[in-house]
Design a protein around this ligand. Structure first.
Ligand code: HEM
Ligand SMILES: N[C@@H](CC(=O)c1ccccc1NC=O)C(=O)O
Length: 284
């Protein structure tokens, strides 16, 4: 039943004196967070705030993705597959939010973007340290990507450390080997500083897991979670590519790349190639 004045009574027990107490804003650090949007266009272009917030929200979610992937790797190394799966499931949901979020930026027309693009100078998403950390954590290592971070020592150090760490896939494959699966030695002893490359000998390992799913349920489930993760990552890359195409066409990127052609080539990259290869071998 709607009340007459259409106003909710503020209950008398509600805490209103926050002088000596921790508040919502102080807990969340909102003074810093909400003072961190600095449009560069002059006079300020209305749509630059959208552009900044779209990137900042992405970076916040990427921070959580890194946190979850770090813990998923720790749990895989401890052979705790069930807990690792929970972390991966959360990452999948974040990826879905990030992919959906492109529709907000798609409200930016090419004309509007052109009016403040100059203010971005040579800044580019290519310089996102957290995005590169996630790519590395998933196994798309590329040492030369570090060069662009030489001017920010903390980011450079974080990426250099990540380059040396086994990826999520490396940890899963090591776990499978400990459980008696015939993961090739060359795969287990690979140089983790390099991108994972397709191993023909690894496919039968997954074939056995898929054929005997009932006996390897957790491993089977993890395989499927990883496929979801890679699919989701590609969906994000695709939406980025389409947004770039509709916003700047075939212009070169502010980061110096060819633009859409460069981004298109990222769609040929794969994190877990054997998990896709095994599908061809599933008996009918
Ligand atoms: C109108 C919006 C956007 C345009 C026109 C655009 C354009 C581009 C272009 C041309 C590149 C290639 C590098 C370069 O030369 O600059 C690039 C890379 C990249 N952008 Fe964007 N971008 C947009 C929005 C975003 C957003 C919202 C994010 C989220 C953080 C983002 C993240 C990235 C990342 C991570 C890369 C590197 C991709 C890779 O290495 O494969 N971009 N972008
Ligand atoms: N590379 C984009 C500029 C851009 O999108 C951007 C600029 C500054 C900070 C983040 C960005 N996002 C993704 O590349 C362009 O060429 O228009």
């Amino acid at each position: 039943m709607p009340v007459e004045d259409n106003t909710r009574e503020i209950e008398s027990t509600i805490v209103t004196d926050l002088r000596e107490r921790m508040s919502y804003g102080s807990y969340l650090g909102l003074d810093t967070l909400l003072a961190s949007q600095h449009p560069r266009s002059e006079p300020e272009h209305h749509d630059e705030l959208l552009f900044i917030i779209q990137h900042q929200t992405t970076e916040l979610w990427l921070k959580l993705v890194i946190h979850e992937l770090d813990d998923a790797r720790r749990l895989l190394a401890a052979d705790d597959l069930g807990a690792a799966l929970k972390r991966i499931a959360r990452v999948k949901h974040i990826q879905e939010v990030l992919t959906q979020q492109w529709s907000v930026l798609a409200t930016l027309t090419p004309t509007e973007y052109a009016q403040f693009r100059g203010a971005l100078a040579n800044a580019s998403g290519f310089q996102s340290a957290q995005y590169r950390l996630v790519e590395f954590a998933l196994g798309n290592k590329h040492e030369r990507m570090l060069k662009v971070f030489e001017s920010s020592p903390d980011d450079h150090a974080a990426l250099a450390a990540e380059l040396e760490r086994p990826s999520l896939y490396d940890e899963f494959l090591r776990h499978l080997a400990r459980r008696g699966h015939a993961v090739p030695t060359a795969v287990l002893e690979r140089d983790v500083r390099k991108a994972h490359v397709y191993s023909e000998e690894l496919v039968p390992v997954f074939q056995r897991i898929y054929e005997g799913a009932d006996d390897n349920w957790r491993a089977y489930e993890t395989c499927e979670e990883l496929v979801d993760l890679e699919d989701n990552f590609q969906f994000w890359r695709f939406r980025h590519l389409r947004t770039v195409t509709r916003t700047i066409g075939r212009k070169t990127g502010t980061g110096g790349s060819s633009g859409v052609d460069f981004l298109q080539r990222a769609l040929d990259l794969t994190f877990f190639p054997e998990l896709y290869a095994v599908r061809t071998r599933i008996e009918e």
